[in-house]
Design a protein around this ligand. Structure first.
Ligand code: SAM
Ligand code: SF4
Length: 356
């Protein structure tokens, strides 16, 4: 197989596979290409959901602004540093700071201070990824200078029409602004990650094939994509009857990971938490289909129920240390090594920099 080159028809064929033998062959091929290109190791990023306060109203998300039943919280610097300490002591190479989207001078300054504190606290050892939504170029620059070096901003879907079935059509939820933000992040020097939800109402296999081509066209460094999961207190819930059954959504998500690995062998691909809702070992399955990043949730248990972006979020009551042990055991059994204390940066990022 000629990696990196596939047309839309070839991609839709891969995403339509359903017989077990063909699926196993696809996952095995993706896993082999990953191992040959970037090695067989998985890198851990401790996910810290530091605030659920959000000014946006995405139709699919449980912590959207208009969901009145959510208790809004924001962790103090000390609480964030306690989670960072856990990650650092347990030799996670990086943390991801994630929150709802807020654009204010106060929020910007707060994150800048936090970044400085984390870098100082860990002797600059821990890598930091941000996932705090759309911001101005000046804010991205300030946070980059303060120590963040990766940023995740999913496009959610690369199809403009579908995008507006998932978001209000207003200035706060502009498809063009989202696209521009991904480009701005790149210009500010970040390793840039984007992604989509898989199995959305109204979404077709062709949309998903175009999403994979979009990642390739944008030449992104990282991708985090996972199944769409319903939340009963969101507007999109009314289309629940249009969804694929969970096992089909899981297969589709794994096929998306594997096909992306064939298209972009040297990027970082996350085995996302949403996979774990559909199968207790969904993340490990994604690693065996070509993913190389896992983001275990290390948010303090008392805050987790309030960061419920979809129903049945896994691990809401999990003990962080116990779930870490279980994950490590599963990966060991599958013959996958963990890159402890390593940042595990995207190989493509460095090749991209060299050629520009
Ligand atoms: N607010 C930031 C943003 O939207 O970029 C970061 C936090 S947001 C909760 C992170 C991601 O959660 C979104 O990009 C979206 O893809 C995902 N998400 C939200 N609701 C979801 C749902 N119901 N099912 C699956 N993923 C969901
Ligand atoms: Fe807010 Fe992000 Fe949820 Fe949209 S997806 S409502 S921006 S937290």
């Amino acid at each position: 197989m000629n990696t990196g080159i596939m047309n839309r028809t070839q991609i839709t064929e891969k995403l339509s596979l359903s017989d077990p033998a063909s699926l196993t062959a696809l996952y095995t091929e993706a896993q082999a290409i990953k191992t040959a290109t970037i090695g067989n190791r998985v890198y851990l990023r401790g996910l810290i959901e530091f605030s659920n306060i959000c000014s946006k109203n995405c139709y699919y998300c449980g912590i959207r602004r208009d969901n009145q039943s959510v208790n809004r919280y924001e962790l103090s610097d000390e609480e964030v540093l306690a989670a960072v300490d856990f990650a650092w002591k347990n030799r996670y190479g990086s943390v991801v700071l994630q929150s709802g989207e807020r654009q204010s001078a106060h929020f910007t300054r707060r994150i800048t201070r936090l970044l400085h504190n984390i870098k100082r606290f860990t002797n600059n050892e821990i890598g930091i990824t941000l996932s705090c939504g759309e911001q101005t170029s000046a804010t991205y620059r300030e946070w980059f200078k303060a120590g963040a070096h990766r940023y995740l901003l999913r496009i959610e879907t690369s199809d403009r029409e579908l995008y507006y079935k998932l978001h209000p059509d207003d200035k706060k939820h502009s498809f063009d602004a989202r696209l521009a933000a991904i480009r701005q992040l790149r210009a500010e020097g970040y390793q840039v990650g984007t992604g989509v939800m898989i199995g959305l109402p109204f979404q077709t296999i062709e949309h998903l094939a175009d999403d994979l081509l979009f990642f390739q066209m944008m030449n992104v460094d990282m991708v985090g994509m996972g199944p769409y999961l319903e939340h009963s207190q969101t507007p999109l819930y009314q289309y629940d009857h249009l969804l694929l059954p969970p096992n089909k959504r899981l297969t589709l998500a794994l096929s998306m990971v594997a096909t992306l690995r064939l298209l972009m062998p040297d990027i970082n691909i996350a085995a996302t938490t949403a996979l774990q809702v559909l199968h207790p070992e969904g993340r490990e399955m994604a690693v065996m289909a070509g993913a190389n990043i896992i983001m275990p949730n290390i948010t303090l248990p008392e805050f987790r129920p309030e960061y419920r972006i979809y129903d049945l979020k896994p691990g809401i009551n999990d003990d962080v240390a116990l779930s870490k042990l279980k994950l490590e055991q599963n990966l060991r059994t599958a013959g996958i090594a963990i890159g402890y204390s390593e940042w595990g940066d995207s190989k493509r990022f460095f090749s991209r920099k060299r050629t520009h």
